[in-house]
Design a protein. Structure first.
Length: 380
């Protein structure tokens, strides 16, 4: 178990102000100092492109990031897609799976909109989106299986639910889907970076995440893991020259689809992956999290969560999150006053949390301390 004294070295990686407590990583993670320094270096490249914005860096930047992200989720590099957020991967799937009229997609009715909207766009093709209301915040395997029909093609859920902090059982739902030949798509935006995962050991077909929450990267970053069988089932929606051609190819007198449509790492990436200002600091942030260790991060954050749970007065607040299967999100409701009033009082006290659907959401990370949790409890 990682103790606070062992975390001090990593806390110095972040710019912390004594009069402000950031407990809202589920919205935005703090950018590490080393990531900011990497960004400054990338800006220098652009200031002096004749010397520093080299053609080698156009391939080195995405390759470095892809390697770090693959290590993060224990995937092969060729199965990692570089994105600008979870929505990119979700739209990649919704548009690439060639779902037909009558096909069905199962989602949780109370999920984050990103997991629902891309599939709803397919309604003009006759694709049906089955929005199932969970009995207890997140769907169970039994609820999902009860909703299966012979036309079910996709199940899409969040790993950690943004509005309750509850954890979806990926193993049981994924096994149910795998047994029926149904694609299982998981949004890991509230988990990847603070919960260990080895994607190839789980029955999931796609894992998507943003980079600006628990991975502490810049806004407009993310990744998508695609199981090879799912990737091969996708209809190509784009053919970006920089992911399909080499510099030598540009000298060819003509382009033929048969000569450039070969399988290649990065073919499904978002355009312009030599995005120095985003991907250079993102790689630095991911590498910091890997240096710390996701297991160590998870253990440390769980200690903070346990401290918070132990201090919440249950006569004044109703706990929404699960104590037994904890995530890094703690959500509760005031029993005697609107959550909005409490949110504003905490904000005036310098403690920054989130107000979601009438609930207060607290999401500590590795840069937080036990003393900051105690300060929140005092205000509560």
């Amino acid at each position: 178990m990682l103790q606070y004294r062992e975390m001090k070295r990593f806390r110095t990686e972040f710019e912390i102000h004594d009069d402000s407590v950031w407990l809202n990583t589920a919205h935005q993670g703090r950018l590490p100092r080393r990531a900011a320094e990497a960004l400054h270096e990338a800006v220098r490249w652009k200031l002096h492109p004749e010397h520093l914005a080299t053609s080698e860096r156009f391939s080195e930047v995405p390759a470095r990031l892809r390697a770090a992200l693959a290590s993060l989720v224990a995937a092969r590099q060729e199965d990692v897609v570089l994105t600008n957020g979870a929505s990119y991967g979700l739209h990649l799937l919704a548009n690439g799976l060639e779902l037909q009229a009558g096909d069905e997609v199962i989602v949780a009715a109370n999920d984050f909109p990103s997991d629902i909207l891309p599939w709803l766009l397919l309604s003009d093709r006759g694709v049906q989106v089955r929005m199932i209301e969970p009995r207890n915040e997140v769907l169970t395997a039994e609820e999902v299986e009860a909703a299966f029909t012979e036309r079910t093609r996709v199940v899409c859920v969040s790993w950690v639910h943004s509005f309750s902090g509850r954890i979806t059982d990926l193993e049981t739902i994924g096994s149910a889907c795998r047994g029926r030949g149904i694609w299982f798509v998981v949004n890991g935006s509230q988990a990847v970076g603070v919960r260990p995962i080895a994607v190839e050991t789980l029955p999931i077909d796609a894992l998507l995440t943003v980079g600006w929450k628990w991975l502490c990267g810049p806004y407009g970053t993310g990744m998508c893991y695609l199981r090879p069988e799912l990737r091969d089932a996708l209809r190509p929606m784009k053919l970006y020259w920089l992911s399909a051609l080499s510099v030598e190819d540009l000298a060819a007198p003509s382009l033929e689809l048969t000569s450039i449509a070969r399988p290649q790492v990065g073919r499904l990436d978002v355009f312009a992956t030599a995005n120095f200002f985003n991907y250079v600091p993102f790689a630095a942030a991911v590498e910091l999290m890997l240096e710390l260790g996701i297991e160590s991060s998870a253990s440390y954050v769980d200690d903070l969560v346990l401290r918070l749970l132990a201090g919440i007065d249950r006569s004044r607040y109703r706990l929404v999150s699960s104590e037994d299967a904890r995530s890094s999100l703690v959500m509760f409701e005031p029993l005697s006053k609107p959550a909005g009033e409490l949110f504003e009082r905490l904000d005036r006290g310098g403690v920054h949390v989130a107000h979601r659907r009438g609930r207060i959401r607290v999401s500590p990370h590795v840069y937080n301390t036990p003393a900051e949790i105690d300060h929140l409890l005092e205000l509560l």
